[in-house]
Write a new protein. Structure first.
Length: 547
């Protein structure tokens, strides 16, 4: 039978009174009566000790030091254990309530929690892990470590989460199924899948195929929902490392490094993996990142979450696809500031699962036939500041292969959130109101530096510093390194962008929308020329609380 807290308190009270009578104390004031508060506190102390892995003997000794006799301590320990089991949050039962429940129906947090229980974690630890992953954006690795799991337990959790995410279809497949479900013809379904596989957003693919706004909204919703369950890059890297023969400690070292902003390639190398194993880790991370939703789709889905109509969501997606920030697109579609702020946050957070340039370059080199040693050289060079093409040439790849590497790195930037959205999300994290968030995004879209935009919106100096720091970190995750971590636009590499800010218009003409990549370059360049300190090159933006 399991005891409630009330029963435990009563039991301790009786035990204390009985002990007092046996001792035949001469004065009533000397009787060792345990109050309800003391009993409750004792239970909490015992529970904490159990969670921290203390043995029964250690707990009893500790209780003796607090004034309890051995019989009292034994009774208290037994009762606390019973109560701990009955009142704990049973994640395993929650995620497996009936035979119909599968990992496909569970969130990442629920999958991780069930795996943690199976690995021997307490149910409180499992509940903590589930909350950290599902509500705080943490990786399974960081959640497991923070919950106090051992290395081997954490690896079991990571492996289970990554295994479950491997079953997630590609964006094209998800969109095709969703399109068929809403009545698209076979020809439309095929057109949508081909377009997405070729790099189009689900929204643009569906609209171009002739689907209605309502049908497109459903397709976008399905695609982004699938992307929500993609494993964190830190977890993917750790699981791949285990598959390649790494130890539990090496795998967790890799996960921690990736969570802190390192490329998976660098993290695996520094953990001591062989070049061939590093290449395997990189390939797995890139394969997983390919399932990340396009910012246009994330923005449209977030708009729907905030009450937008299907028509408004379609407008938002089309604007983002045309180079607008999600903030500007949402505002132009008529959404209120609170909705704009939430959309900005979702779009910015979606970038967290996009692979950094070093990993993209490494994967592209592998596709081009590079050896494991060449891949390692390219990763080292890109992380040290070289452009992907230069790194590839220096590693011995042909000019054509080097160009392919450069192209893939540039293409990967398309899934990063626009700079205005990153700045706005940073402002929100720093405590800005929805109105201030919208103001920051609008100012950055208009050409202001993130710090100036934050200042103009009325943010405090500490909030402005936070915005500046996140933008500086974002720079290393968007474009290849060259000057201070940024390959600045020039006439030879990005003539359109270069001409935009070197040849100002001769009259007050409203400029055409720029591409996402061009807009990011503009904002980062502005930041680098006004920032009071050099940007960090060691991190990329993380989820809201995963750091």
């Amino acid at each position: 039978m399991k005891l409630s807290k009330v029963a435990l308190i009563g039991l301790l009270f009786v035990a204390a009174r009985t002990q007092a009578q046996d001792d035949a104390a001469p004065a009533a004031d000397d009787s060792p009566v345990v109050s309800q508060y003391d009993a409750s506190s004792t239970e909490a102390d015992i529970t904490t000790a159990i969670q921290n892995g203390s043995s029964d003997d250690q707990i009893i000794t500790s209780l003796e030091e607090q004034g309890l006799s051995v019989p009292q301590a034994e009774v208290a320990l037994a009762a606390a254990k019973d109560n701990y089991q009955s009142s704990s949050y049973d994640i395993a039962t929650t995620t497996q309530e009936n035979d119909d429940t599968t990992t496909e129906d569970a969130t990442q947090g629920e999958v991780a929690a069930a795996a943690a229980v199976d690995a021997g974690a307490t149910e409180q630890q499992a509940a903590y892990i589930a909350d950290a992953i599902d509500n705080e954006g943490a990786s399974a690795a960081s959640a497991s470590i923070d919950a106090g799991l051992t290395n081997s337990q954490a690896v079991e959790v990571i492996t289970e989460v990554v295994t479950a995410s491997e079953d997630i279809p590609s964006q094209g497949e998800v969109a095709a199924d969703a399109a068929a479900d809403v009545g698209a013809t076979d020809a439309q379904v095929e057109e949508i899948k081909d377009a997405i596989d070729s790099g189009a957003s689900a929204a643009s693919a569906a609209l171009d195929a002739g689907l209605s706004d309502a049908q497109t909204a459903e397709v976008v919703d399905q695609v982004t929902s699938a992307s929500d369950e993609i494993a964190d890059p830190a977890d993917v890297a750790a699981a791949a490392a285990i598959e390649s023969g790494a130890s539990s400690s090496q795998a967790l070292e890799i996960a921690t490094a990736v969570d802190n902003g390192d490329s998976a390639a660098l993290a695996a190398t520094e953990a001591g993996l062989e070049p061939a194993a590093v290449a395997d880790v990189v390939s797995e991370v890139i394969d997983s990142a390919e399932k990340v939703s396009d910012p246009a789709d994330v923005a449209a889905a977030a708009a729907l979450d905030n009450g937008a109509t299907a028509s408004q969501a379609a407008d938002v997606a089309e604007s983002v696809d045309s180079g607008s920030s999600a903030a500007a697109a949402a505002a132009d579609a008529g959404l209120d500031t609170a909705a704009v702020a939430d959309i900005v946050d979702q779009v910015s957070s979606s970038s967290d699962n996009v692979a950094p340039p070093a990993d993209v370059a490494a994967a592209a080199a592998i596709d081009a036939g590079a050896s494991a040693e060449q891949v390692a050289d390219i990763v080292t060079a890109v992380d040290a500041g070289a452009s992907p093409s230069d790194a590839a040439v220096d590693a011995g790849l042909s000019p054509a292969a080097a160009a392919a590497v450069e192209t893939q790195v540039e293409d990967s930037a398309d899934n990063h959130a626009p700079a205005a959205d990153v700045a706005a999300a940073a402002a929100a994290d720093a405590g800005a109101s929805p109105e201030q968030v919208a103001d920051v995004a609008a100012s950055v879209d208009a050409g202001a530096s993130p710090s100036d935009a934050a200042a103009d919106a009325g943010l405090s100096s500490s909030a402005i510093s936070k915005v500046e720091g996140i933008i500086a970190e974002a720079a290393t995750a968007v474009v290849s390194h060259d000057v201070n971590g940024i390959e600045l636009a020039a006439d030879h590499n990005m003539p359109d962008v270069y001409a935009t800010y070197t040849n100002p218009p001769t009259h007050n003409e409203t400029p055409a929308p720029k591409s996402t990549f061009g807009r990011i370059i503009d904002v980062i360049t502005s930041y680098l020329t006004t920032a009071p300190s050099s940007p960090s090159l060691r991190a990329r933006p993380q989820c809201a609380t995963s750091a």
